[in-house]
Design a protein. Sequence first.
Lengths: 260, 246
Amino acid sequence: MKKIFKDLKQYFPFIIYSTKSKLKSEVAGSYLNSLWWVINPLCMMLIYMFVVVVVFKSKEPNFPIFVFIGLTLWDFFNRVVSSSAKLVKSNRNIINKVYIPKYILLIVNTFVMLFKFFISLAIVFIFMIIFKIHISFRILYFIPILIVLYFLTFGISLIIMHFGVYIADLHNVINIILKFVFYFSGVFYNLLLRVPSPYNKILLIFNPMATLINESRNVLINNMMPNILLILGWFIISIILNIIGFKLLKKYENSYSKVI
Amino acid sequence: MKAISVQDLEVNYYTVKEETFSKRILKRIKKKKFTALKNINFDIDKGCVVGIIGPNGSGKSTLLKTIAHIFEPDKGSINLYGNTVNLLSLGTGFDSELSGYENIFLSGMLLGFSKKTIETKLKDIIDFSELGEFIYNPVKTYSSGMYSKLAFSIMAILDADILLIDEVLSVGDIHFQEKSYNKMLELIDDKKRTVLIVSHSTTTIEELCDKVIWLDKGQIRKMGKTKDIINEYREYAIKLNTEITK
């Protein structure tokens, strides 16, 4: 534990610099450059809005916002988890040349995705104002939900990152599982209304992404209190996942460069 | 005063043969164990320059990587007495989409420098690399010569207590080769610094090293003063060659 804090302090400047340069290098050479960070999520949302309102003629109030919130949270989780299986291999150039705690690579990856997440979130808030959604102090409950989302994503990714070094097939398996989880997280529909009873409740409790997306919508759109116990439960599970992940990495991380 | 002491070191690799899926299912996958280093014991004094020689696959690079903490030993221990260690390598963590300037920071931070230290050494690095205005262009537009000049210049600011060198490098055109070779000598000659050099060139080792370790099939075959070992190694190489021609 102490060592982790020491390492974090030591590598923090690298994490920040590497995050910045990864983001930069993604748009380097393009004409619109950093504008793409905004254009990309904005266009995605407009496309979904068109599909939802015009094609499916949804009558539910605030349905575009409802979808945007789901998408924003899902995208962050999906991007980080799906890239984690190959994370060590794609950083071969670093790992074979210098010692670095391997979770630093994952932190950089999550920070890159977090940046995109926050831009997307800012767009959601702008739409919320346009759609005249009542915003109250309950919006603050969104913060603990975000913290749980981050730790949950990080814990799962740490474990996948470790096994991804040894099992090349894991990347494909994870992508199939993610597709599966996606359809059962209610990103595009209201789980509570569309899935028959007991199953909807079961999904909302035992699928963490369904929980987090549903609670975020309750807090942001409906001005409701979140289910604090449920969120706390998933927070504890996330911490346990993180502990398992860190222990795995501590034991095996210096053998990775032998395998890749 | 000792700077490195290695005790009973053993490093293994596990390789899995690439086979078709059906074969893998039918026979269970067998991991092959390959022992890269075994029974390695030695101490190195502070300020000493030690050469490591031996044929290909004798475990020289593995030994350096283990001391650099990139590999975990399967058995035994390495004590560095709190000294900082760095393995010299070109272009650590380079991102070719970014400019040379940004890559200096990226690579430098990975090698353990603070942003401030890099800023103070920035001018020296850019001057040494002779890249001039090109430093602000993306690295992907560089010629291979420019790339290695930049990579070498970043490496040259390293000031670890223990320096691990896998082949003494000289890069670029004739003029830069001499300059980079001299810089290497400067790094090695520092009296406070402990250096381990892996090289296939016996003349380089003879020139630079106080002591030599001769590795063969992952074990120490001989260790001692440079002159004695190098002579014996040369004789051995000649003997091997004549055996092959026979």
